[in-house]
Design a protein around this ligand. Structure first.
Ligand code: IPE
Ligand code: IPE
Ligand code: MG
Length: 243
């Protein structure tokens, strides 16, 4: 059997925050003559492995795009199946991550999610609130534009109430769902698509992008290492100059 050599990484330059657009579950299933839901189920297994790999690599924040504000437009059966998988994932998450220092939180507009999921989110978030290690952030019913609309609405209220007198970057960032989370250093999108699809529009202002051809269920630790290796070869300038 042929074993691929493990990619050697510079452990002093691991991205602090990795964001992932987990795409390609449907195509993975289609290629095998399976239902799209089977692809999502397999994708959920991949997610567990990638959370663990990030934890072992010392990544501090991992944000994954699990359900967008636009995904409601999919057939009802697929949306229902996705909601059930999300609930199942949340119900098992703590047990799966037992013994690891992983804090779980959810970003997005949770009011539209089924009540059982909302309750589960509250439970998992509150049970893991004290944990310092990997911050695992799940974007659920998340839309970058909606997030900005919500932040601006809140900002207008605060100005009206006299709580805020200057509108600047910080004033907006503090009102985003991600207010306690630093911007992503590396954004990975799987399945060969090269777009943001309404993910972290504000936060990705200086993020490094990496597009993997692998469909999400096929993405593994070796793919993650390749993405980080690519990141480590980049020169981040933030608009300045580097000699
Ligand atoms: C990503 O896989 C999962 C979600 C969007 C929930 P897709 O379901 O988008 O898979 P493709 O893009 O159709 O292959
Ligand atoms: C983005 O994937 C959303 C998630 C991965 C949750 P989509 O499959 O919904 O995006 P588009 O439609 O290809 O842009
Ligand atoms: Mg897709």
């Amino acid at each position: 059997m042929f074993f691929k050599k493990k990619v050697e990484l510079d452990m002093s330059n691991i991205p602090r925050h990795i964001a992932i657009i987990m795409d390609g579950n449907g195509r993975w299933a289609q290629k095998r003559g399976l239902s799209r839901t089977m692809g999502h189920r397999e994708g959920s297994r991949t997610l567990k492995k990638i959370v663990e790999a990030c934890y072992n690599l010392g990544v501090k924040y991992l944000t994954v795009y699990a359900f967008s504000t636009e995904n409601w437009s999919r057939p009802k059966q697929e949306v229902d199946d996705l909601m059930n998988l999300i609930l199942e994932y949340l119900l098992n998450a703590e047990k799966e991550l037992k013994g690891k220092n992983v804090r779980i939180r959810v970003i997005g507009d949770r009011k539209r999610l089924p009540e059982r999921i909302q309750k589960e989110i509250e439970r998992v978030e509150s049970n893991t609130r004290h944990i310092q290690g990997l911050d695992f952030v799940i974007a659920l019913n998340y839309g970058g534009r909606q997030e900005i609309i919500d932040a601006v609405s809140c900002l207008v209220e605060d100005v009206k109430a006299g709580k805020l007198c200057e509108v600047n970057e910080q004033a907006i960032a503090e009102r985003l769902y991600t207010h306690e989370i630093p911007d992503p250093d590396l954004l990975i999108r799987t399945s060969g698509e090269m777009r943001l699809s309404n993910f972290l529009l504000w936060q990705c202002c200086y993020t490094e992008f990496y597009f993997s051809k692998a469909l999400w269920p096929d993405f593994d630790e070796a793919c993650l290492r390749e993405a980080i290796l690519s990141y480590q070869g980049r020169q981040r300038r933030f608009g300045g100059v580097k000699c």
